[in-house]
Design a binder for this molecule. Structure first.
Ligand code: X8Z
Ligand code: ZN
Length: 605
């Protein structure tokens, strides 16, 4: 006999019992556990669909009403998940098959923000999770001239302007979005921390790190190990870019011993530096094509860009997207209302209602983002036959890596095959192409780590609200060698000016994806019989590679992620060797360029 909570018994057995006293009754059996999880999954699938529909309306039509409706739908889903996760504790000591045990664990880990069980707090947390992204989505900055700019307009200026004063104006202007979020953000983190502790985790950070089929501390160590593999490559790139930016803007602005000022890197968050390619490119070699110009010259519309990405997946044998995708997605920014422009992919009903939400700009960057988003859609579709809790990627990084791995196959050979260029450039253009790619993928690495490092510090209490900004810039300097262009005191909340922070989207997934997409690319290229250098390989049209990929996607979250990786390439670890192989010729070139330069940076903090 075992004593269990009376409220739980009522819900397990469908009986109506009042009160909270404990009674004695028979211990639950494995069959009870299966019945419980089956019922829970059905309930959550329904609530999840409601939530996704409400969030879709909020994101594509931000009003007070849509925010409130979304908050209610999130609240219902959160409340049910928290209750079910607590009820699942009744099966802690029951001998269960692996799949049922895994589902019970995943039930607990399935929230992005775990709520405390107090209904008033669930209500408060769900309101905050709807309000903050709404504030982000609506944000605009009005210049002294009266002209008002949204995130997309400002990103264009940061990407294309070479006027340091204008860059600083816009960089600071965008960051007006976040100080009003600070108090709400602190409260949101406080509530989610309480929820994580109720679930038995040390804090929200430990909860997030526990989603990777190993302990939170093992995962932290794994991240450090992999970051150690790529650090020399990053530092070489940072050194070269700093030297070149110094030539453009002067070494007064770009001090050659310090971190690079964030507003000069061509990206609002200095998270990738592809937009300053022209400033850092080798002078001797002229690239024979530029994808942004081709998109414009060929008159490719936003939809044409999406079609082209779909064609890639179709060439792998993965089928066309459903008709409803084309009518229900948001491809461009509507002129008449506020929307969230940050790109996303949605699996509304867990079956075939697949959509993307973007404000596509006709350039090479968004061409890649479209492939990224379609990667999510093909993942959703591949695992649609699983039950609710297994309808996810092997780990968060897998979801983010698939479309990117496909986009690594957008090589000159591929562009010629689909008629976008006439001639495949010779080997002399490898370095320019690799440099362009490194400004995207290598520059991203420390940023991909530090966003969550900051949140983990906030969650553990190491960083208090009154030190948010100081801690943020300390990490940015330490990991990225990027610094604020001027002193940023605690009247600012610069972490909040990045979508995923008010949006509560964990970020380590993108670091994992940045590394693993090269593992996937290499594995698929091997299957496709590629004999070329890794950076020249395209798997376009190779159904054997497509089948292998889809077989892994089909596993969803039903197995620990090392098993999914093993199914593709026999490995069971995150590993940067493939990424280093891809960039090996560039590493050599950078080392030569950096001869005579003093690399590294002095941290001011
Ligand atoms: O947020 C995204 C995707 C949507 S899942 C566009 N990414 C991160 C970002 O924009 O910060 C992709 C790369 C990193
Ligand atoms: Zn994504």
């Amino acid at each position: 006999m075992k004593t269990i909570n009376k409220k739980l018994v009522a819900s397990l057995c469908g009986l109506l019992l009042a009160g909270q006293t404990t009674i004695a009754m028979a211990a639950p059996t494995p069959a009870d556990a299966k019945a419980f999880i089956d019922k829970a999954e059905k309930q959550l699938a329904k609530l999840s669909e409601n939530r996704f529909r409400a969030l879709w309306v909020r994101d594509t039509f931000i009003t007070k009403d849509s925010q409130e409706i979304a908050a209610s739908a999130v609240e219902a889903f959160m409340a049910a998940t928290v209750n079910l996760a607590n009820e699942a504790n009744a099966f802690s000591d029951v001998q269960l098959d692996d799949q049922t045990r895994r589902k019970l664990n995943l039930l607990k880990l399935s929230l992005s923000l775990p709520a405390p069980s107090d209904p008033a707090k669930i209500n408060e947390l769900s309101k905050l999770t709807s309000k903050l992204p709404g504030m982000y989505g609506k944000a605009k900055y009005c210049r002294p001239s009266g002209e008002c700019l949204y995130e997309g307009d400002m990103s264009e200026i940061i990407g294309n302007s070479r006027n340091a004063d204008e860059l600083l104006e816009v960089w600071k202007g965008w960051r007006q979005v976040s100080p009003p979020m600070r108090k709400d953000y602190a409260r949101m983190m406080e509530l989610a921390n309480e929820g994580a502790r109720e679930f038995g985790y040390a804090d929200l950070g430990a909860y997030w790190r526990s989603k990777y089929d190993m302990s939170a501390s093992e995962f932290s160590q794994d991240l450090e190990r992999v970051f150690g593999q790529v650090k020399p490559l990053y530092e070489a790139l940072q050194c070269h870019v700093r030297a070149k930016l110094g030539e453009t803007y002067g070494t007064d602005i770009v001090n050659q011993k310090e971190a690079i000022p964030a507003h000069l890197t061509g990206n609002m968050w200095a998270q990738d530096w592809a937009n300053v390619y022209d400033l850092v490119a080798p002078k001797q070699i002229k690239a024979s094509y530029d994808l942004t110009s081709i998109i414009k010259e060929k008159g490719m519309t936003e939809k044409d860009m999406v079609k082209s990405a779909e064609d890639f997946f179709v060439s792998l044998g993965m089928g066309k997207l459903p008709e409803s995708f084309w009518t229900r997605s948001q491809f461009t920014k509507p002129q008449d209302r506020d929307v969230v422009c940050h790109a996303s992919a949605e699996d509304i009903d867990g079956v075939e209602d697949l959509r993307i939400k973007m404000c596509i700009q006709r350039n090479a960057e968004d061409f890649k983002v479209i492939h990224h988003e379609l990667g999510h859609l093909y993942y959703f579709r591949a695992y649609q036959n699983h039950s609710h809790l297994f309808k996810d990627s092997a780990n968060g990084g897998f979801h983010e890596a698939i479309g990117d791995a496909i986009a690594l196959s957008i090589t000159p050979k591929y562009l010629k095959e689909i008629g976008l260029i006439n001639k495949i450039p010779g080997a002399e253009e490898d370095i320019p192409a690799l440099l362009r790619m490194a400004l995207d993928k290598v520059a991203f690495l420390p940023w991909g780590l530090l966003v969550d490092k900051w949140r983990w510090q906030v969650a553990s209490g190491e960083v208090k609200p009154e030190n948010y900004n100081a801690a943020w810039w300390k990490l940015r300097e330490q990991y990225q060698g990027i610094k604020a262009p001027e002193h940023r005191g605690e009247e600012h909340f610069d972490a909040g000016a990045k979508f995923h922070v008010p949006g509560s989207v964990s970020y380590t997934r993108y670091f994992v994806a940045d590394i693993m997409q090269f593992q996937f690319h290499k594995a698929l290229c091997d299957i496709a019989g590629n004999k070329d250098a890794l950076h020249r390989c395209s798997i376009y049209g190779n159904q054997k590679a497509g089948t292998k990929l889809n077989d892994m996607l089909k596993m969803g979250m039903s197995q620990p992620w090392p098993q999914a990786l093993k199914a593709m390439n026999g490995q069971t670890q995150m590993d940067a060797t493939a990424m280093l192989e891809y960039f090996a010729p560039l590493q050599k070139w950078l080392d030569k360029e950096n001869e005579g330069r003093t690399c590294g940076w002095q941290n001011r903090n």
